[in-house]
Design a protein around this ligand. Structure first.
Ligand code: NAP
Length: 448
């Protein structure tokens, strides 16, 4: 019998647990999460209006309800006040870290920290009801916003800024964020890439969705498209980029028409400074760029200021080190071979990684399935070496002895009930609880 802890209950954690119980009949899995709620980025990253992707929670739920899987929320591993990694190792035969990439990359330019400049992650956390998100309104007094970066997160935040209350109200987004976005007077959102349109990272399905937003015009400057050498003849591009090019060309060729809001896609501009207006962000200075012939760009020395009272920096996530685990600062990942953690050039039996902390913040949710499977194959191959002479006690007893009182599945179900009740009271469907107090109070009703 093997007891495994999976740290993190997002897609990579859940797929790891699933793979473990599917591949081995003698494995018991505890899925730990520092939050009292499961599902990681599916709950706290996927945009609320992406109901189809959100419904994946149903699949992850069946994993966490498996008879040999147990969800233990409210368990912080590592860091101040967290359970030390060494202590966790004593409680389980093996630990798989599926902690994702919880922070954002920085631009490293002047003005980045001005009030009104946020990472997209902070904005996403806010509208997703993450209990650590700042108590902000983001859009108050904002007429024009700049989103830096052209990946799928940039598309998400751009779309959320342009959505009307009628479309957001049926989602599970928290009431405060809904009220703030309902009162928003943002009329222009400009999404800016430092390279060309054929090098943008968004996927065509997500890009196309921008064109279908009610009362919103999407514009692209044909001259910017023409700068991209792959634009005139996209036949050499991989299919996903070629499809992006076709969508952008369509927008560039049609007249924008009348609409209350405008989304403007700009390319070949790299941010060099965030400009202050009375101590808050007032705009972004971009340097115009041109292709360097090798997939990159070079600066032209020509600058352009774009006014914005809100700047969302959407330039990718980044993994953070977990105390007690090795970390490669350059890639923001834990060094590993096929999921086995590598310490001082040797694999460390009993310690594994899966998901973004293993391979970096790329790929869609489904990418985590084969990634988790590879890690589980490594773990199960090591199983004979992981056996201990003495049987392990129930780790829940060990966790309690270490001063940790986990939120179990019944606690999470109580949170779900509280969110349904809140929704009913507000005349909406489910409405997420957005602060620690409400979450933990709701979880406690499961035992009282
Ligand atoms: P991403 O796909 O890596 O895109 C990051 C963007 O930031 C790129 O356009 C990049 O440009 C730009 N960038 C990086 N450093 C920059 C700098 N210093 N100055 C200006 N621009 C800079 O990251 P992401 O959008 O955060 O997405 C992360 C992952 O989650 C992706 O795999 C994404 O597909 C996935 N995701 C999927 C969905 C969905 O399927 N609906 C939704 C959200 C996220 P360069 O290319 O020039 O580096």
């Amino acid at each position: 019998m093997l007891r495994v802890a999976v740290v993190g209950s997002g897609p990579s954690g859940c797929y790891t647990a699933q793979s473990l119980v599917q591949q081995a009949p003698e494995v018991f899995v505890d899925v730990l999460d520092r939050l009292p709620c499961p599902y990681g980025l599916v709950r706290y990253g996927v945009a609320p209006d992406h109901e189809k992707i959100k419904s994946l929670q149903g699949t992850l739920r069946t994993v966490l309800e498996h008879e040999r899987v147990r969800f233990l929320g409210g368990v912080r591993v590592g860091g101040t006040g967290g359970l030390p990694v060494d202590r966790l190792r004593e409680l389980y035969h093996a630990v798989v870290y599926c902690v994702g990439a919880s922070t954002d990359r920085h631009l490293g330019i002047p003005g980045e920290d001005l009030p009104g400049s946020w990472s997209a992650t902070e904005f996403v956390s806010w509208y997703s009801a993450h209990p650590d998100s700042p108590a902000e309104t983001f859009v108050r007094e904002v007429r024009s916003a700049v989103v830096i970066g052209v990946g799928n997160v940039a598309v998400d935040v751009t779309r959320m800024l342009a959505r009307g209350v009628a479309e957001l109200s049926p989602t599970d987004m928290p009431q405060q964020a809904l009220a703030a976005l309902a009162a928003s007077r943002v009329t222009e959102v400009r999404m800016v890439g430092r390279r060309g349109p054929s090098q943008a990272r968004f996927t065509t399905k997500e890009l196309r969705e921008l064109g279908g937003l009610p009362d919103t015009a999407v514009t692209v400057d044909p001259a910017e498209l023409a700068l991209d050498p792959d634009f005139a003849d996209p036949s050499g591009l991989p299919a996903p980029q070629r499809r992006n090019v076709e969508v952008l060309r369509g927008w560039a060729e049609r007249p924008p028409g009348d609409a209350a809001r405008r989304i403007r896609l700009s390319f070949f501009r790299r941010p060099v400074e965030l400009l202050s207006d009375g101590g808050r962000v007032g705009g972004v200075r971009f340097e115009r760029t041109v292709p360097d012939g090798q997939g990159g760009v070079r600066g032209t020395g020509r600058f352009e200021d774009v006014a914005a009272q809100l700047v969302l920096r959407s330039v990718g996530y980044r993994g953070v080190p977990l105390e007690g685990l090795p970390f490669d600062a350059a890639s923001g990942t834990v060094p590993n071979t096929q999921g086995r953690v590598v310490r001082d050039r040797f694999t460390s039996p009993g310690e594994y990684v899966a998901g973004w902390i293993k391979r970096g913040p790329t790929g869609v949710i489904g990418t985590n399935r084969p990634c988790a499977k590879e890690t589980v194959t490594s773990l199960l191959a090591d199983a004979p070496a992981l056996a201990r002479e003495e049987p392990l006690p129930d780790p829940l007893v060990g966790l309690r002895a270490a001063g940790v009182e986990p939120v179990e599945w019944a606690g999470w179900r109580a949170i779900e009930r509280a969110e349904a009740e809140l929704g009913a009271r507000l005349g909406r469907s489910v409405v997420k609880l957005a602060d620690w107090d409400s979450l933990l109070t709701a979880a406690r009703t499961a035992v009282s």
